[in-house]
Design a protein around this ligand. Structure first.
Ligand code: PMP
Length: 360
């Protein structure tokens, strides 16, 4: 068996020790005689697994007591609709800060459930920087302000939390969830799909301030009504039980590494190394404003795009996966989530150097 250096954007690399643990427990979980996949979600063993995962996630993010932690389905894409269905309340419109392709999708979907306003967005479609906070035009009567802390395709990340007054701040943390500490109390709602830093696909986590829920639109499906999900401990219907379990193991792994501060230090080291190399080598370039560069998704182009195919073929032969940029933007992208090691990044930089030597 050999494991390659995995730079996939999501689903993405998981910690090897977690995979080994899951493998060891696969047929007989702790003497139960069955796999977690085969358990009733209503039975005691699974309830314990689920509750422990929630407790560990709360501990990692220091989630205040007045926030619900929900384990849902439908992905972040589902939340694009579920957020306005739940948070419109007695308001009429919501503000969106659009800094990339995912923010665009979020506002387009939300428009079916609430009037949407673009509060900030860079000119054109290049999406290579974050508009300065002073340039945002926020509506103090908005139901919420939505933004995307990390744009997975463009490689643009907020390294600050926007101040938006009393309007609840809503964040799609899908691609930098658990990559660094955050102050949950600054947010009305946070959501993230599991399949980057937290676990396998199929699970969507929502952290929401209690006073914002309980007023879902009448047409909101029961399984997407935050209040009903919370009242039923995220088991209103059958949850994504296996993804929840594996994510729980990933939470324990992060805790054992030293928590989110340790993840942040690691992610900073990895991305700094790659950006420093790219900036120092004329053959490669990254289009994102230096202050807004993502630590999770490093995008880069080759000086001569006709060499892209050779770069990717050589990368595959050398044991790297997932370096092709998103189909809508081309070029390359290295996703450096928590489970991607410093060694993987060093090996990638060595490969990039060798490619310049042979093709530059
Ligand atoms: N938002 C962001 C920032 C993402 O990166 C993604 C997935 N790549 C999505 C939303 C959509 O997530 P899902 O596939 O879970 O619906």
């Amino acid at each position: 068996m050999s494991r390659i250096f995995n730079f996939n954007a999501g689903p993405a690399a998981l910690p090897q020790t977690v995979l080994e643990e899951v493998r060891d427990d696969l047929l007989d979980w702790h003497g139960s005689g069955m796999s977690v996949m085969e358990m009733s979600h209503r039975a005691e063993p699974y309830k314990t697994i689920a509750a422990e995962a929630e407790a560990d996630l709360r501990s990692l993010l220091a989630v205040p007591d007045n926030y619900k932690v929900l384990f849902m389905q439908g992905g972040a894409t589902g939340q694009f609709a579920v957020v306005p269905m739940n948070l419109r309340r007695d308001k009429t419109s919501a503000d969106y800060v659009v800094t990339g392709a995912w923010g665009k999708k979020a506002i387009d979907e939300a428009g079916k459930y609430i009037a949407v306003r673009t509060a900030a967005r860079p000119e054109g479609d290049a999406f290579n920087h974050i508009p300065a906070r002073e340039s945002w035009t926020l509506d103090p009567g908005a139901a919420y302000v939505h933004y995307t802390p990390n744009e997975t395709i463009g490689g643009v990340e907020f390294h600050w939390t926007p101040e938006v007054g009393d309007v609840p701040l809503v964040a799609d943390f899908s691609s930098n969830f658990l990559s660094r500490p955050i102050d949950v109390s600054k947010f009305g709602l946070i959501y993230a799909g599991a399949q980057k830093n937290a676990g396998p696909a199929g699970l969507t986590m929502v952290i929401v301030r209690e006073d914002l829920i309980g007023q879902a639109q009448a047409a909101c499906p029961r399984i997407f009504d935050y209040q009903l999900v919370a009242d039923n401990d995220s088991m209103l219907n059958t949850p994504p039980a296996f993804s929840w379990y594996v994510s729980g193991r990933v939470f324990k792994w992060i805790l054992a590494q030293g928590g989110l501060a340790a993840m942040e230090a690691l992610n900073q080291r990895k991305s700094d190394a790659l950006y420093t190399y790219i900036d120092g080598e004329a053959f490669y370039s990254n289009p994102v404003a230096v202050t807004d560069r993502s630590r999770m998704n490093v995008v880069f182009t080759l000086a001569d795009a006709s060499l892209d195919k050779a770069f990717l073929a050589g990368a595959q032969d050398a044991g790297f996966a997932g370096l092709k940029g998103h189909r809508t933007v081309g070029g390359m992208r290295a996703s450096l989530y928590n489970a991607t090691s410093q060694a993987a990044v060093t090996a990638l930089i060595d490969y990039m150097k060798e490619f310049v030597r042979t093709h530059g």
